[in-house]
Design a protein around this ligand. Structure first.
Ligand SMILES: Nc1ncnc2c1ncn2[C@@H]1O[C@H](COP(=O)(O)OP(=O)(O)O)[C@@H](O)[C@H]1O
Ligand SMILES: O=C(O)C[C@@H](O)[C@H](O)C(=O)COP(=O)(O)O
Length: 333
């Protein structure tokens, strides 16, 4: 049995992602508020970057379309992607003096974590449509789009150009809503542009709050069945609703609703769960596995990442994911 999701064949790359390449500065002194945190460790960050690292580490052939600052952080990001085996031919250097987006993380407790983002004049949002390689998108099985890249122009137009190329060449579109409040101007822009992208997507990932933001009204109660039916009624073949420690539900176009379990972890911090889950889920989809197996893979990868200090560095290999699954008796023979 397979998920029924079909990727195009005969492509050099599996996934090409578009969106932000940033820096995470994760608090070293955990379980205390930010005002009492003295030192931080630097990692590659940015949700689409994390997802792409997750895919690459599991063995997928990946590339990235993005813009980095022309400074030491930018050079670190490029080198990290290259060392991870991610194609950087479409990662361009900013020439305007823009900076790298920073995410300072506060790890107050295993359940109370937050992120303080510095995103003024960031290079990632300066990607232009002319810098999006049609050739690279045509050479991939799927394009992974991060919703935060829709928050401002010209990155917004660059993403829609990328989606247009994907549609033209039969490249599947994966859309992670990836809502980050501080990047958007107002609620109407979120709803308008995120919904436009969701209409073009074959696979959509989001949490309940994120899916609510795609609806025109904020005050209406969340009606999951109606929301999912809306996106399946457009192009989506899979809509994955993430529910934190409560797991996930994946809905397919044939009317299937698959509850995904979680593997309880010794949680260091909660962020990174969504990116590791999405990366490993997509890896499973690429293998043609049934949806529940993709969810198990995603949950096992998230188990590893929430138990670790970083997001990108902690993204597991296939052997590490399978160790977790084996330990809980969830690995098929
Ligand atoms: N505390 C946790 N322990 C174990 N697994 C978790 C935990 N939190 C999340 N996960 C796993 O990660 C997936 C995505 O987490 P979620 O928090 O919903 O994403 P996001 O980080 O995007 O908000 C969940 O469906 C679950 O499988
Ligand atoms: O996306 C960012 O810019 C920050 C990430 O690198 C960060 O580590 C994070 O928030 C991960 O997101 P999640 O997987 O959705 O929790």
């Amino acid at each position: 049995m397979s998920s029924g999701f079909a990727f195009p064949e005969g492509r050099a790359l599996d996934f090409v992602s578009i969106g932000r390449l940033c820096i995470d500065l994760n608090a070293n002194e955990i379980h205390r508020p930010l005002e009492e945190t003295v030192t931080f460790t630097r990692y590659l960050g940015g949700s689409p970057a994390n997802i792409t690292v997750a895919l690459a580490r599991l063995g997928a052939k990946t590339g990235f379309i993005g813009k980095i600052a022309n400074d030491g952080f930018g050079r670190f990001i490029r080198r990290y992607l290259e060392e991870t085996g991610i194609d950087t031919t479409s990662v361009v250097d900013d020439a305007t003096g823009a900076v790298t987006g920073l995410a300072f993380t506060e790890i107050k407790s295993p359940t109370d974590c937050s992120i303080l983002m510095y995103r003024d004049n960031v290079a990632d949002l300066k990607l232009t449509p002319g810098e999006v390689s049609e050739e690279l998108i045509a050479s991939a099985k799927a394009l992974v789009v991060s919703g935060t890249a829709l928050a401002a122009s010209p990155s917004r137009e660059a993403v829609f150009a990328a989606i247009g190329y994907a549609r033209k060449h039969g490249t599947a579109v994966v859309y992670d809503i990836d809502y980050r409040p501080y990047t958007w101007a107002n609620r109407d822009e979120i709803h308008t542009y995120c919904a436009l992208a969701a209409e073009q997507a074959d696979v959509i990932f989001g949490g309940i709050e994120e899916f609510s933001l795609l609806e025109p009204k904020t005050d209406a109660p969340f009606d999951e069945a109606a929301v999912v039916a809306r996106w399946l009624g457009h192009r989506a073949k899979l809509v994955v609703v993430k529910r934190g420690g409560d797991g996930s539900v994946a809905y397919d176009a044939a009317g299937g609703a698959f509850p995904g379990r979680t593997f309880p972890a010794n949680v260091v911090k909660t962020f990174g769960a969504g990116d590791s889950f999405a990366g490993a889920f997509l890896y499973g989809l690429l293998q043609g596995w049934p949806v529940p197996k993709c969810q198990d893979y995603g949950a096992a990868a998230a188990h590893i990442v929430v138990s670790s200090h970083s997001c990108s560095d902690a993204m597991p290999t296939r052997a590490q994911v399978e160790d977790v699954l084996r330990n809980v008796g969830a690995l098929e023979a």
